[in-house]
Design a binder for this molecule. Structure first.
Ligand code: DGJ
Length: 724
């Protein structure tokens, strides 16, 4: 049984293949967090010792026991106002007074995985759910903590439902999904910071006595920080040491906070952002937090990432595309921007088809009078003048060539210069008495209102109904300001907005169950596990420079699977950096992702076209190892600035793809080596690159000598196959 209640010592232990998580209802009814780590079987509360410590107060129920203090105990769901002065997960105000004291009421263990109303969750038919109810009788508040165990990925999912069971209104000022206490240890926090076109750069920050916080105030999970973090022992490496990941299934504003306390214990709290969050609950109402998936690895970051990739692919992303090979696509954005017509698109499609591409994606500019990015958003009807006819006639022509067809949309936005805005200015967020903040000259539609979601969905579904559309790229190109809605108080809007986005996506999938949706927010501004529930792939970054992409994809790979990273070969000089990289390098980088092209292939030389044909053939051949294999980071490009190397290995260890991208070039260079991972020691592997056979043990312990050619940014792929 993955969740066990022990009546003798009042512990509840959750067990995955390689981890245990334990809580204990203590003698006064407080829910302690007693353990999270490698598997254990007994009551771990022996590790906890109270002490009569100055300025750490004692709950009344403890009588004269001055050693019992919530300020020093590890707690499962710490709240503000009961003498715990550390970071807390929940803060509730009633009639202007905040403060809460939660005690155990009941718990139950049931078959099946819980779901959360309106929110994406991890799915698992085989699992069980633990619900622990805590209460503050005086305040009329109940908290139901939810847990499930995803055994095969060493994951435990958590969420909380906060209920007003009293008479009056209560206001939630903070309601986190998860809190984790570590009794002792010295940790690093690994988080992923960035900006537009430079997402998810890995940062290592020691956890100290200062409250440390990252998150997003932008209404989306953001380019700046990612709702995925790792808390690791200082010595943890890719292959050794303990680490714990927290992955929030949420795409809106969020907060992660952590700190070491005065007694050297560490606490981490993660959930929706508590700023501008005054969530009112009337009698009988409840608030559901997003889900957080936590996982533990005793064997370093690689294992943690493998579990996380499996969790996303097999338990989060749903629908037919989760595990299926996605078509190699050609997207016209960097090929034409807004300057396209039917003839250009057909020409691009024809050439792409000849070179092995499988789908044409028509990006921004096909609707309303969207001749540039200052106008037209919201007018979701086809610009037939630009397309030289109906959308369906274009799609038919593309389909006849043997290509699928995909379409770009940005449903959450409106330009003031649009028919939609003229008819429904009230659909856009604005602060009363203020002129709105513009960004890319567009305003944000109030998706916290179902009627707005419905209105836009109806418009867009008419377009999708009109032609054979098999893929949608759903974009979102600004941060939310002026957050004020007509139908809910300001403190609820950001949360409800995110649920509105999920509602839109779910409507799309309900109506078009076979549709492949690629998420996008100016590239990777909303690259999170919440979106991945609906969209199996996300455009990783607006930065298509192969060299910069190695860093972005490296950071992204800690949490998210290779199949989730939209990744394209684009033209040189690169449109974002001006850098010139070899075509081969661009494909070596893009191929380890959901592969595609983003340039006019007609403009390539005959030799280059031949090369592209080889690339698409090769991706089809290598797909199994790239998307369904295990991914190993062999170098850390935040440290090693000379070359980056990564490896994909099939789960049966019979095949591997080693990729190497040169980042800098020197005269009289040193020899460079990498050691492979995850192979079988005793198997002989044939290397397609030098046509030699190597023993698995040699490749893993001795490594491989990297090729050297003069020139900049060369890249290499070595395909290893088991031979007898
Ligand atoms: C931002 C996206 O990331 C780009 O790929 C492109 O779709 C543009 N938006 C279109 O406006």
């Amino acid at each position: 049984m993955p969740i066990l209640f022990n009546e003798i010592d009042n512990t509840i232990t959750l067990t995955t293949k390689n981890s245990s998580y334990q809580m204990k209802i203590d003698k006064y009814g407080y829910l302690l967090h007693t353990y999270y780590g490698a598997p254990i079987e007994s009551d771990m509360s022996y590790l906890i010792r109270g002490f009569d410590r100055g300025f750490s107060g004692n709950p009344y129920v403890a009588g004269n026991d001055r050693t019992y203090s919530l300020d020093q105990l590890p707690l499962e769901y710490p709240v503000e106002g009961n003498g715990d002065f550390r970071l807390t997960a929940l803060s509730v105000k009633e009639a202007g007074v905040s403060g809460l004291d939660l005690l155990y009421k009941t718990h139950r263990i049931e078959k099946g995985k819980y779901s959360l109303k309106g929110l994406p969750t991890v799915q698992d038919q085989e699992t069980v759910t633990l619900s622990v109810v805590l209460e503050d009788k005086a305040k009329g508040v109940e908290v139901e903590l939810k847990y499930s165990v995803i055994e095969d990925t060493d994951t435990i999912t958590r969420a909380a439902i906060i209920k007003n069971v009293g008479e009056g209104e209560i206001i939630l000022q903070n309601a986190a999904s998860v809190s984790l206490d570590f009794l002792y240890g010295d940790f690093n926090l690994i988080h992923f910071q960035g900006r537009h076109a430079h997402e998810r750069e890995k940062v290592v920050t020691p956890i100290t006595y200062a409250d440390f916080s990252i998150g997003s105030r932008r209404g989306t999970s953001s380019h700046q920080h990612n709702p995925f973090v790792i808390i690791a022992d200082k010595e943890t490496t890719e292959d050794t040491g303990s680490c714990t990941a927290l992955m929030l299934l949420y795409s809106g504003s969020f907060a992660f906070r952590c700190a070491k306390d005065q007694y050297d214990q560490t606490r981490a709290v993660m959930g929706v952002l508590d700023e501008r969050f005054d969530y009112s609950l009337l009698k009988g109402e409840e608030f559901v937090t997003p889900e957080c998936a936590i996982s533990f690895s005793l064997n370093g970051f690689s294992t943690l990432s493998h579990n996380s990739h499996k969790l996303v692919r097999e338990h989060i992303t749903h629908g037919p595309w989760a595990l299926k090979r996605r078509p190699i696509l050609i997207n016209n954005w960097e090929a034409t921007y807004f300057d396209f017509n039917k003839e250009k698109l057909i020409k691009i499609a024809k050439q792409a088809k000849e070179l092995g591409v499988e789908m044409l994606v028509l990006d921004d500019g096909w609707f309303g009078h969207r001749w540039d990015d200052n106008r037209g958003l919201g007018d979701w009807f086809v610009n037939e003048e630009k397309l030289g006819g109906t959308l369906s006639s274009l799609v038919e022509e593309v389909n006849e060539m043997g290509l699928k067809f995909g379409l770009w949309i940005e449903p959450e936005m409106v330009n003031e210069d649009s028919l939609l805005y003229k008819e429904h200015p009230e659909f856009a967020f604005t602060l009363p008495g203020h002129k709105p903040i513009r960004s890319r000259n567009q305003l944000v539609l109030d998706f916290s209102q179902t009627k707005v979601v419905e209105y836009i969905f109806n418009m867009i579904s008419k377009v999708i109904d009109s032609a054979h559309i098999e893929y949608i790229k759903m974009d979102m190109n600004r941060s939310l300001a002026d957050v004020c809605s007509q139908d809910c108080s300001q403190g609820k809007v950001l949360y409800k907005y995110t649920l509105g986005v999920y509602d839109f996506l779910q409507r799309l999938l309900n109506r078009y169950p076979n549709l492949l949706i690629e998420g996008c927010s100016g590239g990777g501004g909303r690259f999170d596990a919440g979106m991945l529930y609906y969209t199996p792939q996300i455009w990783t970054s607006d930065n298509t420079d192969a060299i910069e992409r190695t860093l972005i994809q490296y950071g992204t790979s800690f949490a998210y699977p290779i199949s989730s990273m939209g990744s394209h070969v684009s033209a040189v000089p690169n449109h974002q950096t001006g850098r010139i990289t070899p075509l081969n390098t661009r494909s070596v980088v893009a191929m380890v992702g959901s592969f595609g092209y983003e340039l006019d292939l007609n403009k390539l030389s005959i030799e280059e076209k031949d090369e592209v044909k080889k690339q698409t053939d090769s991706f089809k051949e290598l797909y199994e190892v790239i998307h369904n294999g295990l991914y190993y980071r062999l170098t850390d490009p935040t440290v090693n600035k000379e070359f980056v190397s990564y490896l994909n290995v099939t789960t049966d260890k019979k095949e591997a793809l080693l990729s190497i991208v040169t980042l800098s070039t020197q005269g009289n260079p040193l020899n460079k080596y990498v050691r492979l991972k995850g192979l079988e020691e005793d198997i002989n592997y044939y290397n397609s690159f030098d046509k030699k056979v190597y023993k698995g043990s040699s490749l893993m312990h001795g490594g491989i000598l990297l090729p050297y050619e003069s020139g900049e940014y060369n890249a290499y792929q070595m395909h290893f196959k088991a031979v007898n």
